[in-house]
Design a protein around this ligand. Sequence first.
Ligand SMILES: NC(=O)c1ccc[n+]([C@@H]2O[C@H](COP(=O)([O-])OP(=O)(O)OC[C@H]3O[C@@H](n4cnc5c(N)ncnc54)[C@H](O)[C@@H]3O)[C@@H](O)[C@H]2O)c1
Ligand SMILES: [Fe+2]
Length: 406
Amino acid sequence: MTDSVTTGTLRLPPRVHAGFGARAQLLHTLPDGTQRVLAVIDPFLTSSPLWIELQTSLEAHGVRVHVYSDIRPELPVDSLTAAADTAAALGVQAIIAAGGGSALDAAKLVALLVTHGGPLSRFYGENLVPGPVLPVIALPTTAGTGSEVTPVAVVSDPRRHMKVGISSPHLIPAAALVDPELTLAAPASVTAFAGVDALVHAVESFTAADLRSPWNDELPVFTGRNTLTSALALEAAARIHAWLPIAVREPANRRAREEMAIGSLQAGIAFGPTGTHLSHALQYPIGAATGTPHGLGTGLLLPYIVDALRRDPATAERIGVLGDAMGVGADPDAVITALSGLNDAIGVPSSLRALGIEREHLPQIAELALESRRLVGIAPVPAGEELLREILDSAFAGTLALRRTA
Ligand SMILES: NC(=O)c1ccc[n+]([C@@H]2O[C@H](COP(=O)([O-])OP(=O)(O)OC[C@H]3O[C@@H](n4cnc5c(N)ncnc54)[C@H](O)[C@@H]3O)[C@@H](O)[C@H]2O)c1
Ligand SMILES: [Fe+2]
């Protein structure tokens, strides 16, 4: 594919290893001379033979491992302070992050707190982390958020309406070990919601606005569409579209787990520099109002967003390229049908009502989404209240324009 944009930015961990068995690189990815680490691990891993084996192997090589696994849903900001205090008191030289996106984000934030001190609210937003943080070695157990390669960590702060992001190139882990073996135990709903979020990352990265920041300024964390990530986003979308329903239906299918691990990693590499847009802007207030998982919301919204964006001819063309990559053809209607069909196949509901949203919530959701100016600004068309209300109205009614006209 020839891209209309011919500039690009890549920001990545210096080391990325992916495939069955990649976790065995853990010892070799720690900084030279590491003697003490904090392992921020997902609660489900604490008694898993996979983790115990890794910890035993590190200790056999003289690395002392202190485990922290109090990863609370939604990652309340105050819960991270204790972990950071422990890490600082122990003088750890690196942080191992193993788990779903919540555990990986927790580890990134602990690394930030240990290095630069709190409160975390000092860093809410973009490019506010003043320098490098303690190295984080990330092992995702979902496929997935892509957090193992991205510059973002998301946290909930009781003083705010919604989850807040800290975005900085300094939060990109020092190494990512993407081993599908770690995802085999993920239950169907976790596989479905994390997997569809990865598809949203790929689609939103591929359809991101062409922003072209001046090269002589400090670059924004999210630089919009770029030619270096487009091909990865397309490949990620193709893999996830093909393999996510199989991974949900057949959790022990190793090929499906491997394809999903690679697809979500590619999507993370793609959206890390470009950013995501409207599904994410709208999910934050929806997630806050309903307590529903991130991927459930972004996945539900995606067909409605693509449906609204295809009215823009340049974006419709891009959606066609995406459809070709996914093997459903270049007609945007076919792409939207494929995205909503995938949701049906993996148990993502088709209407916001199923998440407990009432019609009278919609204006406030649109208003709060517009506060995420960074995300809204990455949409390929100017997105104001009217467009967001239209998307929300369709997603509430559960009706896509193409179905209305069929
Ligand atoms: N930093 C980023 O770039 C980024 C991107 C997207 C989302 N996020 C954040 O990531 C979070 C969502 O992450 P997630 O979808 O990975 O879910 P999660 O980390 O919240 O985990 C969901 C549940 O699945 C369990 N789990 C995880 N892996 C498992 C496995 N292999 N086997 C059994 N149980 C397992 C966890 O213990 C938890 O109970 C959200 O908080 C979202 O805001 C971050
Ligand atoms: Fe996401």
